[in-house]
Design a protein around this ligand. Sequence first.
Ligand code: MN
Length: 133
Amino acid sequence: MTAAGPLVLLVEDNEQNRYLATFLLEAKGYRVVSASDGAQAIDVARAIVPDLVLLDIQLPTMDGYAVARALRALDQLARTPIIAVTSYAMVGDRERALEAGCNGYLEKPIDPETFVQDIERIRAEFLRGGSPP
Ligand code: MN
């Protein structure tokens, strides 16, 4: 028996993207809890203290940058990497995500061949880096 896989908080308002990301992550042994908006994401994050947050940037009400800043303000998430997932293709988005407290950045559309691998690379870099941003 192996230990339970890493716990992921998936913040995504699009049902199809949520379904695909959950499918790919669960296939690799991750446990996935989803939230579809920022306020819900913050509540869930406090409750479950995830090992990783996947954060859509284009969300209703509160955008992903604001969510990232709110999550970074939580002491219990100091050891949790936040990965922005966005279809924005504008110059400066990566910098904006990193400034907001994200530790990495993935572009949509999700590539099923590389999605989990890319997440694992960013998480490993974060854990090696030691201190939170
Ligand atoms: Mn969205």
